[in-house]
Design a protein around this ligand. Structure first.
Ligand code: OTU
Length: 657
């Protein structure tokens, strides 16, 4: 790496700034924190300071020297450190001793809506055994901070970050649950919507009322000149439900920036007051016991004319500064980036920049997710191999969150270059995936639906539960045992990849029971226009009751997910610090990857996307040691004439004993 003189100057300015600010901070830390906590706080300050100073200077340095703002933000962190409950300081201590805790192979995430999984936060206590049975160590509860009344985009329109949605409980309930989870070795993950607030949020009300404390908290324009200029290059997120990225607000006589729904107002991070307010919010929530923040819609936080207004450099400066500041006060905290963006833009959220600076520890591996579905539809792994091989490596202290399904639609983030490299026309391939997974393609087994159809561009995305997209619902409907067998194998195959890719696998509630689409949302007028609700079902207790019965679909799927989860935890090579490397194999249907652990050796995962058996030359595994089958869809791997046989839609996990 070439260090430019400006880099050196930046570092020098940060060092000088720390030297100026440190003595006063040291006095206050010593006064308000106990001796050893003060020592720890200052040690963190020394190691994180340049990661605060650099981004703040880049973001706001033009307006004023960074010192003033930096010291104000560091003091917010110091206050939060002082207020941090003692049990959480203990967690901090443990995490600092074992800083790669979130990368351990025992990490398994579970993602659920509180109400749909357990009714309320209190009700969740009774579900913890279900989670423990699956080895879950990380529970992501979908948006639960108090949303606006009425339509709220599934909770992503927050009216109060410091209160819990009264329908599921109170902040005290959340703290109690976080405590119980900690006691059981599970970390609580909660959504934090960074890009926007509900228009009913006090910040928005203050801004509307002209309160100087909230001046320039949001972005508004008196006429269409700027909105039109921006919209020339900005994509519509919800083209059918909420076209455009601006909303006319009569009370302000202005167009307000609304990337998502009209009631979700984008925050203006060009204003340092917004950053400070968000920092205080995160610190406060971290002190309630939230360990992992799912940072929602971060790509949209920086706006630049003439761009897509996604993934702009400011976004990374904001995340880096917030991350370093939160580490000062609550080092047990981890950030997960929700950046569902093109593969070339993705790695940056894990700090993979030219000049390395920590950012989020976790990011959704949406490229892997998209490639798996594309592979099943085409019965071919070449596109996955091509695109995953090209993905830039991620910094060693970060990990992917791997997943099969989530609460959102699937957008076909298939790179044009990757598609062409394997002979696909990119537009035609994306159209095919939509046709296939919406069940419109002839003979398709998938039972999803198109989401966000854009009449202008022809783009669309896909809704539908994993079981519905794999063909389980269709096969059940026809009572076709062979089709059902294949469909179950697909669902298992997908999880066999996400549980062994390396990173933190996130199991989406209901998928362990092969829950199908839920059409109940159509009866609720507030939800009906948004078909993402079809794959946000209520937990099916009857199905869960059958989870140990191998004669049932639930029993078979649950049995496999359980086996994947328990086996995963025994494989040191699945610790996320290492990279997954794609293995060169001579069958187009096979995705094969290798992981290496310095002590335990190699691990190889393989899946066959085709419905018939294929074989690969055994030389693909040359030099990887004596591999043994640790888990496979169809028993130990067979070797025939120097070729390894993979049954149709089969998977195999191999490892050095
Ligand atoms: C997220 O998704 C949430 O996951 C959605 O459920 C919300 O509706 C939305 O934010 C607004 O809060 O565009 O189609 O690159 O993909 O932020 C879903 C990030 C989305 C975007 C993502 C967004």
């Amino acid at each position: 790496m070439i260090t430019t003189s400006s880099d050196a100057e930046r570092r020098r300015r940060a060092t000088a700034s720390l030297a100026r600010l440190r003595p006063a901070l040291a006095v206050d830390a010593a006064r308000h924190l106990g001796h050893s906590d003060a020592v720890a706080f200052l040690a963190r300050l020394d190691s994180w300071f340049s990661d605060v100073h650099g981004p703040i200077e880049a973001l706001y340095g033009d307006a004023a020297p960074a010192d003033g703002l930096v010291v104000e933000l560091v003091r917010l962190a110091l206050c939060a450190a002082v207020e941090r409950p003692v049990e959480l300081r203990d967690t901090d201590r443990r995490r600092e001793i074992d800083p790669s805790w979130y990368q351990h192979q025992r990490m398994i995430g579970y993602v659920a809506y509180t109400d749909r999984f357990a009714g309320t936060l209190d009700g969740l206590h009774a579900r913890l055994d279900h989670l423990a049975e699956l080895g879950v160590t990380y529970l992501h509860l979908m948006p639960l901070l108090a949303p606006r009344e009425g339509a709220n985009d599934g909770g992503y329109a927050v009216a109060d970050y410091r209160a819990v949605d009264p329908r599921v409980g109170t902040m005290a309930d959340l703290e109690r649950l976080a405590g119980e989870l900690r006691g059981r070795g599970m970390s609580l993950c909660v959504d934090l919507v960074l890009n926007h607030t509900a228009r009913e949020h006090p910040w928005a009300r203050g801004w509307l009322a002209g309160d100087p404390d909230y001046a320039e908290f949001y972005l508004s324009f008196p006429d269409r000149t700027m909105p039109d200029a921006y919209e020339a290059t900005v994509n519509d997120v919800f083209p059918d439900q909420a076209p455009g990225s601006f909303t006319w607000v009569p009370a302000k006589q202005a167009w307000v920036w609304t990337s998502f729904f009209p009631y979700q107002w984008d925050l203006n991070y060009a204003n340092p007051r917004v950053l400070a307010a968000m920092l205080e919010t995160i610190l406060w929530l971290a002190n309630r016991g939230i360990e992992i923040f799912r940072m929602d819609a971060v790509p949209f936080m920086g706006k630049r004319l003439g761009t897509s207004c996604m993934n702009q450099p400011e976004v990374h400066d904001i995340m880096q500064a917030l991350h370093a500041l939160v580490k000062l006060a609550a080092p047990a905290t981890v950030f997960k980036a929700e950046a569902i963006v093109a593969p070339d833009d993705l790695v940056a959220y894990l700090g993979g920049h030219e000049r390395y600076r920590p950012e989020c520890e976790l990011a959704y591996h949406n490229q892997l997710m998209v490639m798996l579905w594309s592979g099943l539809a085409t019965k071919d792994a070449r596109l996955a191999v091509q695109s995953l091989r090209r993905l830039r490596p991620i910094p060693a202290a970060t990990s992917w969150a791997t997943y099969v399904r989530c609460h959102d639609d699937i957008g076909w983030a298939v790179g044009d270059r990757d598609a062409r490299a394997v002979g696909y026309d990119p537009v035609a391939h994306r159209d095919f995936l939509n046709a296939f997974f919406s069940g419109r393609f002839p003979m398709s087994y998938a039972r999803g639906a198109l989401f966000g159809e854009n009449a202008e561009t022809g783009d669309a995305r896909i809704s539908g539960s994993a079981a519905a997209l794999c063909g389980i619902s269709e096969a059940r409907g026809r009572d076709d045992p062979r089709a059902l067998e294949l469909a179950i194998r697909r669902l298992v195959l997908l999880h066999a990849v996400t549980f062994a890719w390396g990173g933190v696998p996130l199991l989406y509630m209901g998928d362990e029971l092969a829950q199908g689409n839920d059409t109940a949302y159509l009866r609720d007028p507030a939800l009906a226009p948004d078909n993402r609700w079809m794959h946000r079902p209520y937990f099916d207790d009857d199905a869960a009751g059958r989870r140990h019965d191998p004669a049932t679909v639930e029993g078979r799927v649950f049995g496999w997910i359980h086996a994947l989860a328990t086996t995963r935890a025994t494989q040191p090579a699945l610790h996320a610090a290492g990279e997954s490397a794609i293995l060169e194999v001579d069958s187009p249907a096979v995705l094969a990857w290798r992981r290496r652990h310095p002590r335990s050796g190699n691990f190889v995962g393989m899946v066959n996307m085709a419905e018939h058996a294929v074989s690969i030359g055994a030389h693909a595994l040359d030099g990887l040691g004596e591999l043994e089958t640790v888990l496979a869809s169809d028993g130990p791997m067979l070797l025939q004439d120097g070729r390894l046989v993979l049954p149709g839609l089969g998977f195999v996990w191999l490892a050095e004993p």
